[in-house]
Design a protein around this ligand. Structure first.
Ligand code: B1M
Length: 213
């Protein structure tokens, strides 16, 4: 039964069917499936399959956009259903997708899970320059700056952020965490980021480690 709903979620995303994807998200939650399981076993494999088809020339921009739309809508429903930690923990984080990059589905899941774990998170959205990350972190009195990137061409913006922090003498003031499909532990080490997270759950774990919670 559960396996079946995961397969239906994959099919809805691959088919770019918004109505079906939102109906499956709501039905899955109503049936008591854990929101993150629904995401990890259904919707994410679906959008990964779309990425695969796009990357190998089997799917074109209009199809990618339709699938992305279905994924965004299903993600919004699932994010809202993530159980919230009642107590706020001390830790303020600004998160955004880097300049030049419009991908924000994964970043939004990370933000939701951090909030659900009691962290105070300022979601800057997408297309965020290093200067803006820093400006917002200062205003928000953040402890951590988190950046996401999905494009290999925009990965260098995460490096620029590290450089700008150093230039401004703020590298010690903020811990940094990087993520996104092409990002690796090795990349994080190379640019001098304090942490790398593979997925949203790992993001929460790494943020806790950075804050020594
Ligand atoms: Co685009 N796209 N896309 N796309 N897209 C990719 C990334 C691509 C790999 C597809 C492919 O070719 N196979 C490819 C990049 C190739 C490369 O860089 N080498 C690509 C391309 C080329 C493009 C365009 C250039 C296409 C074009 O216009 N010709 C264009 C770029 C626009 C721009 O940004 N300037 C484009 C556009 C789009 C859409 C707008 C249509 C849409 C995005 C919609 C949106 O985000 N609102 C889209 C989509 C959906 C994808 C794929 C198919 C799926 C991305 C996604 O949402 N994954 C993607 C292929 C793929 O990645 N498999 C692809 C699901 C999400 C849950 O995973 O984002 O990895 P992810 O997040 C994970 C982890 O990475 C981690 O946790 C998340 C949850 O588990 N994580 C963090 C992420 N951020 C984190 C931050 C953290 C910690 C963990 O701490 C701060």
């Amino acid at each position: 039964m559960t396996q079946n709903i995961f397969e239906q979620a994959i099919a809805a995303i691959v088919g770019g069917d918004v109505d079906k994807a939102t109906e499956i998200a709501r039905r899955g939650l109503k049936e008591g499936i854990d929101p993150l399981q629904l995401m990890t076993n259904g919707f994410i494999p679906g959008i990964n399959e779309v990425g695969e088809q796009f990357g190998t020339g089997k799917l074109f921009i209009p199809g990618l956009v339709k699938s992305a739309d279905a994924m965004e809508k299903a993600t919004a429903i699932i994010n809202e259903a993530i159980p919230q930690e009642q107590e706020t923990v001390s830790g303020r984080i600004v998160v955004g997708t880097v300049e030049g990059d419009m991908h924000d589905i994964g970043k939004t899941i990370v933000v939701s899970l951090l909030r659900a774990n009691g962290f105070e998170v300022l979601d800057l959205g997408r297309d965020i320059s290093p200067a803006r990350f820093i400006e917002e972190a200062e205003k928000f009195k953040a402890d951590i700056i988190g950046s996401s990137t999905l494009l290999t061409t925009t990965m260098p913006v995460q490096k620029e952020l590290e450089e700008e922090l150093k230039k401004a003498g703020l590298k010690k003031k903020y811990k940094t965490i990087v993520g996104g499909a092409p990002v690796t532990r090795r990349w994080a080490d190379r640019i001098g980021a304090d942490a790398f997270a593979q997925d949203a759950g790992d993001g929460v774990k790494k943020v806790k480690q950075l804050l020594a919670i």
